[in-house]
Design a binder for this molecule. Structure first.
Ligand code: IVH
Length: 667
């Protein structure tokens, strides 16, 4: 190869790697596997090493990656936080074995551990107390996230037993599958974007500014590496076992191997068994057990010579692309979805794969009817990771992202700095309108039970409900006339609609579905602007003065309240009797309307928590009792009221009233 060919090849590799980094770190949607990425990186490293004349300080090889966030205090690691070299097959593990044996020339043991797929943390303990928790950062400096880490229950704040005076222990913070699913469900209900995978969720949680919110995330932590100048034991394995007695969560799945075949067995076992673990792992870590042997092997600039990781292959499927459909979300974002010829992957049948956005389709150079490779990586929805261009049909045409909305034919737009295309026809594009109604009635919004997405669809199709204000005009007969809906469900829906009039202002603002206004932002906004008129009149600058509200949210709120159709909608909601200001409502207003009558509150309610209801009772002169007796005046029965309470009330002739009827008593 001549000089200009080499330069061309180097530049080509750099461009590709920059793009893949962007896909992975920015778009969160890698289009090649880790193995392929590492392969390209290795090619570039080799070329740069033998051709130093083409060095570039901004080459992807110079980027170690950093998770530094300027909001946290920066701390220098006492021992640099290195990463591990990766291997992908038995041959590369054998190479590691050979290197180790050549270097230490004596028998050695290898400890095999699981490679947890979370975010690395270094914990420093002094005199048995946790003094600092630092993220990896760039390996030299990391973020001091002690306050957040202290919220993780499995991390001991004080140690027990006979621990060294000063040491560091490193491990991985992660979210188990169950916690991840719950977190994402909550986020979707609150109108926030769900996390792509548990790893991102764990890393994102650790970087939150408010540790009280971190405490609500079910994070966990395994510890796998003890560091210090005077460690109690002479092997890694014994040190970890001892650290377990000090209170650390040391993984159970760890094995000392005397031979390379035992290592292969461990890998092969976990390659299958990993699917039944309650958390994600992405490989196996091999460590030389003896610390003196570790010291002799030492480190390269990036990683220890005494340890290596083996990365599992993501299971891949090979199948044909049948078509691409484009879904329009509540916010108008267009998501392309690939429809595939059914293929078995990691125990499930895959028929669809997310394509995320038009950049991904272009980077894949996806054509109609292409044969594609699908992978189930850390993400829940499988993704297309590559295209078999050799199998492409001769006359196949490229997949073109639509220029108009597939639902309402409006020209699509792209917002600066965002990868998604949007349909701007917010108020009249059917899936956006229906999506907003669904969001409005959801549990964390107006909590109107009984209205599923099918009923909303019918109400919308028949023209009965074209926006959320129409809900308040619904007549019982209209609902009953709908197919599949009996009297009982219709009444239930109407009761929910009625009860929504008591839902606090902050939830009304959240339920409106203003872009970027999730539950927390809605609360902050209504605290700062306690009436709808104040909120509607707030300028961008005034909005931005509110804690945690930046220009993106402020502009979205302003734009929402500048839209005439939205103003008309709010006017109708106001007339329907919704809460359009913060009121210290009946929980605070003291009356004697309930005149010393006794109440038992049971079940769950649409507009209040049980405790809220009880304080309303007290503040209006009533008395709460826990059990139904002959002296009880009322049983306020919500959903899922205890059957024994209902039975006793019926037997003793205690009046059973609904939430609505209760509200009637105090109004
Ligand atoms: S030991 C000097 N053990 O993998 C080596 N790391 O690519 C210290 N990881 O940054 C790391 N499970 O975040 C070690 N059992 C394990 C691990 C593990 C996951 C992560 C860790 C590290 C990365 C290395």
């Amino acid at each position: 190869m001549n000089q200009s060919d080499i330069e061309l090849q180097i530049n080509n590799l750099r461009n590709q790697l920059h793009q893949h980094n962007h896909n992975y770190y920015v778009l969160n949607t890698p289009v090649i596997s880790d193995i392929e990425f590492d392969g390209l990186m290795q090619q570039l490293i080799d070329l740069e090493l033998s051709n130093p004349q083409f060095n570039d300080p901004n080459s992807p090889t110079q980027r170690v990656g950093s998770d530094i966030n300027k909001e946290f205090k920066q701390v220098k690691h006492v021992y640099p936080m290195l990463s591990l070299g990766n291997t992908y097959n038995e041959g590369e593990i054998a190479d590691f074995y050979t290197r180790v044996s050549k270097n230490i020339e004596s028998p050695f043991e290898i400890v095999c551990e699981l490679k947890y797929d979370g975010t690395a943390i270094g914990l420093t303990y002094e005199n048995g107390e946790l003094v600092r928790a630092v993220t990896r950062g760039d390996g030299e400096m990391g973020d001091d996230v002690t306050a957040n880490v202290k919220t993780i229950k499995s991390i001991p704040l004080k140690l027990k037993g006979n621990y060294p005076t000063s040491f560091e222990i490193r491990g991985e913070i992660f979210l188990p599958h169950k916690g991840f699913e719950k977190l994402n469900n909550d986020r979707e209900e609150a109108g926030d974007t769900p996390f792509a995978n548990p790893r991102n969720a764990a890393a994102g949680s650790l970087k939150m500014q408010n540790s009280a919110l971190v405490a609500k995330r079910p994070l966990d932590c395994f510890l796998y590496y003890l560091l210090g100048s005077e460690l109690p034991e002479i092997t890694h394995y014994d040190n970890l076992n001892l650290a377990r007695t000090w209170g650390f969560k040391i993984p159970e799945h760890i094995k000392i191997c005397q031979t390379i075949n035992e290592v292969y067995d461990f890998i092969n076992h976990w390659n299958e068994a990993r699917h039944s673990l309650p958390f994600d792992i992405d490989g196996i870590v091999l460590k030389v057990n003896n610390l003196e042997q570790q010291r002799r092997l030492g480190f390269t600039a990036k990683s220890p010579r005494w340890a290596i990781s083996y990365k599992f292959k993501a299971e891949q499927g090979y199948t044909q692309l049948l078509s691409v459909s484009y879904q329009v979300g509540r916010t108008g974002a267009i998501t392309p979805v690939a429809n595939l010829d059914a293929v078995q992957l990691a125990g499930t049948t895959v028929r669809r794969a997310s394509l995320h956005n038009s950049d991904i389709i272009n980077n894949l150079n996806l054509h109609h009817n292409d044969m594609v490779y699908v992978e189930k990586g850390g993400e829940i929805i499988p993704k297309i990771v590559g295209v078999d261009e050799t199998a492409r049909q001769a006359n196949a045409t490229k997949i073109q992202f639509p220029t108009t909305c597939p639902e309402c034919a409006t020209d699509l737009i792209r917002i600066d700095g965002e990868v998604a295309h949007y349909c701007p026809n917010t108020n009249h594009c059917p899936p956006q309108v229906k999506g907003r109604i669904e969001h409005y009635i959801a549990r964390k919004g107006m909590n109107i039970d009984g209205l599923g997405s099918e009923t909303i669809d019918t109400l919308y199709q028949t023209g009965m409900v074209k926006d959320v204000a129409d809900l308040y005009q619904l007549h019982p007969m209209q609902l009953i006339s709908l197919e599949r809906l009996g009297d009982k469900s219709a009444n239930n829906i109407l009761a929910g609609i009625e009860a929504s009039k008591h839902i606090p202002f902050a939830r009304v603002i959240f339920a409106l579905g203003i872009r970027y206004v999730g539950e927390t932002v809605a609360k902050k906004l209504t605290q700062a602007f306690p009436t709808i008129d104040k909120l509607m009149g707030a300028s961008i600058e005034e909005l931005m003065e509110v804690d945690e509200i930046g220009d993106r949210i402020a502009m979205s709120v302003k734009a929402f309240f500048e839209d005439n159709e939205n103003l008309a909608l709010i006017d109708r909601l106001r007339k329907a009797g919704l809460q359009m200001q913060v009121i210290e409502d009946k929980t605070i207003t003291k009356t004697n309307k309930l005149n010393a009558q006794t109440f038992v509150v049971s079940g769950t309610f649409a507009s209040f928590s049980r405790d809220e209801l009880k304080s309303i009772i007290e503040n209006n002169g009533g008395k709460n009792v826990s059990g139904v007796s002959a002296k009880t005046n009322y049983l306020v029965a919500g959903e899922k009221t205890g059957p024994s309470k209902l039975a006793s009330a019926e037997k003793l002739g205690v009046k059973i009233i609904s939430e609505q009827e209760f509200i009637g008593l105090i109004e």
